[in-house]
Design a protein around this ligand. Sequence first.
Ligand SMILES: *[C@@H]1O[C@H](CO)[C@@H](O)[C@H](O)[C@H]1NC(C)=O
Ligand SMILES: *[C@@H]1O[C@H](CO)[C@@H](O)[C@H](O)[C@H]1NC(C)=O
Ligand SMILES: *[C@@H]1O[C@H](CO)[C@@H](O)[C@H](O)[C@H]1NC(C)=O
Ligand SMILES: *[C@@H]1O[C@H](CO)[C@@H](O)[C@H](O)[C@H]1NC(C)=O
Ligand SMILES: *[C@@H]1O[C@H](CO)[C@@H](O)[C@H](O)[C@H]1NC(C)=O
Length: 480
Amino acid sequence: MHLPLSQLAALAATAPLAFASPRLAPRQNQKVTINLSQKYQTIDGFGFSAAFQRANLIVNLKEPKQSQVLDLLFNTSTGAGFSIVRNGIGSSKDSSNDYMNTILPVCPSTPDGTPNYKWDGKDSGQLFLSQQAVKYGVSTFYGNAWSAPGCMKTNGNDANGGQLCGVSGTNCRSGDWKQAYANYLVKYVQLYAENGVKVTHLGFLNEPDFTASYASMLSDGNQAADFIKVLRPTLDRNNLTDVGINCCEATGWSVANQHAQQMISSGVEGMIYAVTSHEYTSRIGSPMRTKAKVWQTEYSDLNGRWSTAWYSNGGAGDGFTWANTVFNGIVNANLSAYIFWEGVQDRATNNNNNEKLILIDGQNYEVSKRLWAFAQWRVVRPGAVRIGASGGSNLKSAAFQNKDGSIAVVIINSGTGAQTVAVSGLGAPAEGQTVKAWVTDNSSDMKEVAVTVAGDGTASASVTGRGMISFLRSAPPAAN
Ligand SMILES: *[C@@H]1O[C@H](CO)[C@@H](O)[C@H](O)[C@H]1NC(C)=O
Ligand SMILES: *[C@@H]1O[C@H](CO)[C@@H](O)[C@H](O)[C@H]1NC(C)=O
Ligand SMILES: *[C@@H]1O[C@H](CO)[C@@H](O)[C@H](O)[C@H]1NC(C)=O
Ligand SMILES: *[C@@H]1O[C@H](CO)[C@@H](O)[C@H](O)[C@H]1NC(C)=O
Ligand SMILES: *[C@@H]1O[C@H](CO)[C@@H](O)[C@H](O)[C@H]1NC(C)=O
């Protein structure tokens, strides 16, 4: 979503043997048990966007604030440790308002004419942001076009809906622009590569079930499939076999499900990396019926006024609400990625609402607790496999085995009272293996807390009421 708001309608239960003396054991009010052999989805990461020139707010910050904001977003020891950046691929002729300018402001007169690409080296501030993210080790960059350039569309405009000329149901006098659009997206990936950023995923639609007054292009899953049949081989011919195609950024989960079923029946399921959905018009329910991965790629509270509260009666912008929102997607719907909407935004836009994680106001910034809710997930690194976790009343738990062998356990205390949580099933620690834990609540932001480790590996720490705690047991020492 974007502008204006008025357009928006919208280790299982068996206890391992305890070797520690009962006198030394911590008080254990609640037990969460990990099951290392119960394996679910692989996690690609957590992220945000700085589309529509929001990245320029970071570009324009002076040091040390610029580095502080970048640390808040990407640092894996002091910030949210985000691992995915979703960049908007511009389709507008210029940068008026907050529009993202395209690399093809004027099309050739015919679809097979030679395109005159214009690269400004900035990409609405997103190239700078991406290059900084690379320095923090981010390796997942999702380039997502809201629309094709207007000259390739049925309505001759990148805004106000319209469709890509050449997909089923269109009949443009100017011809079939599917191949030209695919070449254009390849060019974008190549330009980023030349500037040190490897685009790993490509999307060519945004909310294609919604006609917006800004960049937007309508499509259903069958029309998307028509284009995917051109885009996939075009990427492959250009040596971009490892760039994944994501589709279709529906406004909500129920439309995303329709897209998925249409893509399956059109025979392109095997050509896509992830089915992507937003959560504005319908929230994420049960897992989607698809063999592709599933990402939630954009959601935020569009209506609430700027809030930095962790918990204020469950408001839509509360940090605690976001802790639960991400949890729902990852645990109840098997998502491989959860991406917030804007990472940063100014005060003036949309009445200073909650669609951002950090408010950047000139040279000052303010951080919401939503950012710290995401930070609690930073112990889960790209490539982690979700494993079994259960137990404890008023506790929601999720566990993951990272690629390096470390184990991350993310727990939400839904109760109002503090609880000591004992995580069992980790197995006895090898020499040198440590367990750390961090808490976010009303008064703490990813604050490291004391952990007691019993002889069998059970790790205990205390979490406040309506608080969130993340445990990380380090990888076993390298065997050699
Ligand atoms: C752990 O998960 C595996 C695989 O699903 C299952 O077979 C096993 O029974 C589980 N262990 C416990 C203790 O529940
Ligand atoms: C979740 O993902 C795992 C691994 O991809 C899969 O085996 C499992 O069936 C999925 N669960 C559901 C409910 O779809
Ligand atoms: C993350 O923060 C730590 C602590 O301030 C700092 O030492 C480290 O350099 C930062 N990481 C990056 C990639 O800047
Ligand atoms: C494709 O990639 C391979 C391996 O990186 C490289 O050797 C080859 O030159 C590339 N081909 C083209 C057409 O870029
Ligand atoms: C957190 O703060 C809110 C007000 O911001 C208050 O209503 C709530 O009781 C506090 N919760 C705890 C556990 O301190």
